[in-house]
Design a protein around this ligand. Structure first.
Ligand SMILES: C[S@@+](CC[C@H](N)C(=O)[O-])C[C@H]1O[C@@H](n2cnc3c(N)ncnc32)[C@H](O)[C@@H]1O
Length: 274
């Protein structure tokens, strides 16, 4: 059991100078968790002011665009691409032409599983955020092919979109499936999901809303679970407080299929905002 830390301020526990803490009753794990929480709070507050200081979670590679993807970016953008270059608050009711629960997916890749989910769930609006231009082109082609009106895409760094363009309690479901695992320890700082990320995105979720994640990288799954457990307003939906079996609503993604071929496991997590 962890000690009650309510009498200790975050600032005290996170003393940057490493001063000795006068907290004799606290066990080591509780102090560590509270320090991580306080550090995340400071970092999140700083990043909210200066998102440009964040280490990017992606590297845009000069991937080849097919002719169809290039054409999709030219022809279909007016219909499906949301321009966020001004980094101003979005009016989702105007964007989708209706008021409906909002699902936001970060890093949809080529968009196949994202669009499939949206097709099966016409009563919700789906907003996908991806930086990879061929993926955005491919996704818009699929939306057009299926004639969907409940899907829009954004070609921009999700971190900036979330901090500047979406308001408090505006998202019903936030999903991040198979984010880049950045397996080398020196690259872990590039991982999208960490304490400060959760500090920033939790207030964007409606109370009762969900944050859904999946990864095929065990060490990242552990990091996700630790950070989600530390986030004060998030509660695990898994009865045993761990990972969930693959939810039937999540279609197999392209990256997941690749992992399957390589013999990787998959870890699913769904937390709700209390
Ligand atoms: C490993 S891929 C997984 C794609 C897809 N979800 C799947 O499972 O097939 C991760 C994707 O996240 C995108 N990504 C990473 N950081 C991002 C960010 N900050 N904003 C938007 N997209 C991002 C990358 O461009 C990449 O396409």
């Amino acid at each position: 059991m962890t000690d009650d830390l309510s009498h200790v301020t975050s600032a005290e526990l996170a003393s940057p100078e490493g001063t000795t803490l006068d907290t004799p009753n606290l066990d080591e794990a509780a102090i560590k968790a509270a320090k991580a929480q306080a550090a995340a709070e400071r970092e999140a507050a700083h990043l909210k002011e200066h998102p440009e200081h964040r280490v990017k979670s992606f590297v845009i590679r000069a991937g080849r665009m097919t002719t169809a993807q290039t054409k999709a970016l030219e022809d279909l953008s007016p219909k499906y691409l949301v321009d966020v270059s001004a980094l101003e608050r979005l009016d989702c009711t105007a964007i989708f032409g209706r008021e409906a629960p909002l699902v936001v997916e970060i890093g949809f890749g080529m968009g196949k599983s994202f669009v499939e989910m949206a097709q099966k769930d016409p009563l919700r609006n789906y907003l996908g955020i991806e930086v990879h231009p061929p993926g955005v082109g491919a996704c818009m082609l699929l939306i057009e092919e299926l004639g969907l009106t409940n899907v829009k895409v954004i070609k921009y760094d999700a971190f900036e979109v979330l901090t500047k363009c979406l308001g408090p309690e505006s998202i019903d479901i936030l999903q991040i499936f198979f984010p880049d695992p950045w397996p080398k320890a020196r690259h872990h700082k590039r991982r999208l999901v960490n304490d400060s990320f959760l500090q920033l995105v939790t207030p964007l979720l409606k109370h009762g809303g969900e944050i859904r994640m999946a990864t095929d990288w065990e060490n990242y799954a552990e990091q996700m679970l630790e950070c989600l457990n530390r986030a004060p307003e998030l509660k695990n939906t898994a009865p045993d407080g761990g990972y969930l079996p693959r939810p039937e609503w999540r279609p197999l993604t392209k990256f997941e299929q690749r992992g399957e071929r390589l013999g990787h496991g998959v870890w699913d997590l769904v937390f709700t905002r209390v």
